[in-house]
Ligand binder design. Structure first.
Ligand SMILES: [Zn+2]
Length: 485
């Protein structure tokens, strides 16, 4: 075993649906994350980080296994042949702790694999070994979910929202009791209080993963956070209108730029709310671990605000969804250069964590460690970045049987999109057209052909496992091909 390993710790903080360009350190006009910005000054800000999947299941499958979603048996549930980073850490006797409450990341989808502690805020799915409390919670939630009763309660019962917001802030432990009444099970105050109590008693080596759901829709931030960005808070009926009618693109509503801006304020206020709690966490981490601790802060995907006629993060692979923040701070080490312009991907996180602990990176991991970049070296990066999912009618699907391919390839300043359902292809020059508005599909046949070859080559691979692939590639000495395609 690596001698250094015992002295090290890695803390991975993921914030669901946090798009990079809504953070000031990524150039946003509002200061949504004053605390995170300050912390980022001590590390590296990866300005061009791409997720390999546009929604939670594809993104987290890529993050934890460092293999593209379509390969090795798919992504939801995580197939057993896709070895998770966490399993490798545990094999090396690193204590592994996690807390999350995303329905797509529960035990039922195998995300507990390798974790010594797996605090699962998910209450939708019944399991055979559920406790009475879990059963009760499940049934109450089921009743409330029928006829959207819970959202009617949240928005229409006079004072309910205010009480909930107050409780959310003042008495975080009540979150668990209120679980059936809120779409977000574990909120930021609860997660931070749990993580702090773990960290106060933790011993190295350990790996901690904490996932925040607050920024994910429906946006329902406390008034205090809203008035940072607006003169007064939205009324309950305004909130309901924005988050139900506008967000769901109800036919009764004609979307205006004002509505989009108001929704963005609610979203930004949720980011600000999480940042407020990250402050406590960052302070503790800095006090407790002066060195030999790597903190990684990222998101699984971004969020659309009608840039391409959609809200949310399903059924789209435009950059408002694919560009995520990535901030890496190694405590006790001051970076020479803060901003990293290289294009990196969410699949690089697992090899980075293994590399930091000094554990061998499996051959079939498709991402690359970012440790050389963190050390100030200038390694050769992969040129081709793939993001993919299955979807139908703009809704997330879990496999090829249920859904159709939605697929993006990025190479230098070019981006190609293949939409099987629409039977459409798109080609964008991200340098001259970063908003992906001008489809150049008919204007650059050579570039199109280059992308089609990469697409075919990749989709063919979905029928063989990445382990077989790496064996084949090794046998024929074409390791460079794998690196770039
Ligand atoms: Zn997500």
């Amino acid at each position: 075993m690596n001698k250094d390993l015992h002295r090290k710790a890695v803390i991975l903080i993921t914030i669901d649906a946090l798009r990079a360009d809504h953070l000031k350190c990524y150039g946003y006009h509002r200061n949504t994350t004053p605390n995170l910005n300050k912390f980022a000054e001590e590390g590296k800000i990866f300005l061009n980080t791409i997720t390999n999947g546009p929604e939670t299941p594809t993104a987290f499958s890529s993050l934890f296994t460092s293999i593209l979603p379509f390969l090795d048996g798919g992504y939801s549930p995580l197939p057993s042949q896709k070895i998770s980073l966490v399993q490798l850490l545990r094999e090396n006797r690193i204590f592994t702790y996690s807390i999350h409450s995303n329905p797509n990341l529960g035990r039922i989808f195998n995300y507990d694999r390798g974790f010594d502690v797996f605090l699962d805020g998910e209450r939708y799915k019944r399991k055979s070994n559920d406790s009475i409390k879990q059963l009760l919670s499940y049934h109450v939630k089921k009743i409330l979910d029928s006829n959207r009763l819970s959202s009617k309660l949240i928005y229409r019962l006079k004072g309910f929202n205010k009480i909930k917001l107050w409780l959310r802030k003042k008495i975080p432990f009540l979150t668990e009791i209120l679980l059936p009444f809120t779409p977000i099970a574990y909120n930021a105050p609860y997660i931070v209080s749990k993580v702090i109590s773990f960290l106060n008693n933790s011993k190295k080596p350990f790996f901690l993963w904490a996932h925040f759901m607050d920024v994910h829709s429906p946006y329902n931030p406390p008034a205090k956070n809203v008035i940072n960005f607006r003169e007064k808070d939205f009324s309950i009926s305004e909130r309901e209108f924005l988050t139900n009618k506008v967000y769901s693109m109800s036919l009764e509503v004609k979307t205006t730029s004002r509505m989009i801006e108001d929704l963005k304020i609610l979203y930004d206020a949720e980011i600000h709310f999480v940042d407020e709690y990250l402050k406590k966490l960052i302070e503790l981490i800095k006090n407790r671990f002066k060195d030999n601790c790597l903190v990684i802060i990222t998101a699984d995907h971004g969020e659309s605000f009608y840039e391409h006629g959609l809200f949310g993060h399903q059924g789209s692979v435009y950059d408002e969804i694919l560009k995520i923040p990535l901030i890496i701070v190694e405590l006790g080490k001051k970076p020479i250069e803060k901003d990293i312009k290289d294009v990196v991907q969410i699949m690089d996180i697992a090899p980075t964590i293994l590399d930091y602990f000094g554990i061998d990176i499996p051959e079939n991991f498709q991402g690359s460690s970012l440790i050389p970049i963190i050390k100030g070296e200038n390694p050769i990066r992969k040129e081709v970045i793939i993001s993919e999912c299955y979807q139908k009618n703009r809704l997330m699907k879990r496999n090829r049987k249920e859904g159709l391919i939605l697929f993006a390839i990025r190479k230098h300043e070019w981006k190609y999109i293949f939409d099987e359902e629409k039977e459409a292809e798109f080609l964008f020059n991200l340098k001259s057209d970063p908003k992906e508005k001008n489809n150049l599909i008919g204007e650059n046949p050579e570039k199109l052909e280059e992308f089609r070859i990469i697409k075919e080559y990749h989709l063919e691979k979905t029928t063989t496992t990445s382990h077989e692939q790496s064996k084949i590639i090794k046998a024929i000495g074409m390791s460079n091909l794998n690196k770039t395609k």
